[in-house]
Write a protein of this length. Sequence first.
Length: 620
Amino acid sequence: MLKSFLFFTRFFLFWLLFFFADRLTFIFINSKKLAMVPLSEIMATFYHALKLDLSMVAYILAIPLFSYIYWLLNGRKVVELKWLTVYNKILIVLFSIISVVNFNIYREWGSKINAKAVGFAISTPNEALASSASSPIGLTLSLLVLLIVIGFVLQRHVVLRKLEFKASPIWLRGIAVIILFFLNFLLIRGGFGGSPINQSMAYFSKEQVLNHAAVNTEWNLISSAIAARMTKTNPYNYLSKQVADANIKELYTPAKDTTINILKTKRPNVVLVIIESFTADLTKTLGNEDGITPNFDTLIHKGVLFSNIYSSGSRTDKGLVATLAGFPTLAAGSIVKWPEKMQKIPGISQPFFKNGYQTSFFYGGESEFDNYKAFILSHNYQKLIDRNNFKGGKVTKWGQFDEAVFERQIEDLNKEKQPFFSTLLTLTNHEPYSLPGTYKFGEADNIAKFKSTAHYTDSCINAYLNNAKKESWYKNTLFVFIADHGHILPKNSHEIYVPQRYHVPLLFYGDVIKDEFKGAKFNDVGSQADVAATILAQLDISAKEFVWSKNLLNPYAKHFAFFSWDNGMGFIDNQQCVTFDNVGKTILYNSNAKRKDLTLKTLNSAKSYLQNVYQQFIEL
């Protein structure tokens, strides 16, 4: 039986070599874009590609694996595998065609072949032929022949064409079957990690060409085809397009484009700290909770607080995109699941980069989780530090404790050229609420542990700022603190459809704030998605690309926030909040139910918002 396992080893080796050849060809075709990239970084592409390649081979292996298991359990001693040669050759030809099509699509579109491109070719063949007219036919055919020949030669010399089974007891064969199923499933999934395999696991470079080269072409096509089935039609068409467009235009068209300038300079360093689960309820100022966040409450009296801000969703992936891209949530969907769409929305790091800022991102966990890495590396963050860049020290299930990440950011910023824009995402205040030391509020239940981890993060922020004050760049730095999302804890009383569940603090802090604004509070309703436009307005940098983000410091802006969860949405302004179940088509929460006219207007604002956001998502 052990000899038959050699069959699987050689099968994997064959396809990995074929994908190697495919990837090498892709890099060769795009070599002009990589002229200034070190050879070591180019070669690293092949290492970072392994997870997706192995996953794709595991998918390919599914049919041969079932055949193998059938003959193994059937007691057959010798199995000829002529059909496997045909199976592999068909896939070699198909994958070679996909590869050469991909080369040309990438040249034109800057993205790999996906379901959208295939759909375009099927639905409008004449236009597709016209688009491909400029493709180099000679090179395309040569590469197609080359890949097929390489594949056929490898198939002949690497893959076994005969299986031999030695007699063994049925229980042993049963164990072998379980092991094979488990290993193949593990490879398809990408390991034991909390997040299933995704394109982000292949991203590693600031050079998008290398990131795209590392993503397995066929795996990407299958993934996009599955995802495309969920994005063909808008499930939230509540109103006519004209009415929905008019409602959104009214919301986002201020009478005057201006801002209250709260900073002493137009070119400060900016540090954006996104705090895990740092709901407003944790603070004394906004949640009337004593002793959990004493340091943050002290900072509030020295900075500028936006006291009525609401997160876009209830998960980190949605909060991250809302904060960094000003892009709202999609109710049941999340744009992080579609990297090719995600890279088309703007990121706040991009205008900073274009204006001469050094950009960086710090996170103590796996940046590949929920495709964070794909967003970060496709939006002009020049440096990414995650758990893989830390050595030793105590860690949680999710990664490094917050204190280590804050310390690492200061260490790196001391070496950074100014001005810089740096983002830090904390994680300690995430279940299972682990701490490196004593739990301030005990460990009796999740409420106590949650308060304790929040208190720990609060102490880390305090230590971080005290250490930063010792550095020369501190006096010219604006610190922006916001939560990634709200939380049911510590009060344990807010259902998913209640607005308080999404209430988060937003604080601007630092010596760069004008003295007359230190301790100021802006109490109008706003959204987490407004962070981008608000920061950029202070620096006199255009935010026109951030169409869903508004300047909270524009006195003429409308004051509102939209939030959503898996099957529902909410809209809140200074007058009312209404939340709505998209499945049951019923209002779940209404803060001003007596005003039926106002309720209808607020509900239509929510419907228009989700309808238009989702439509933009479809069209990306």
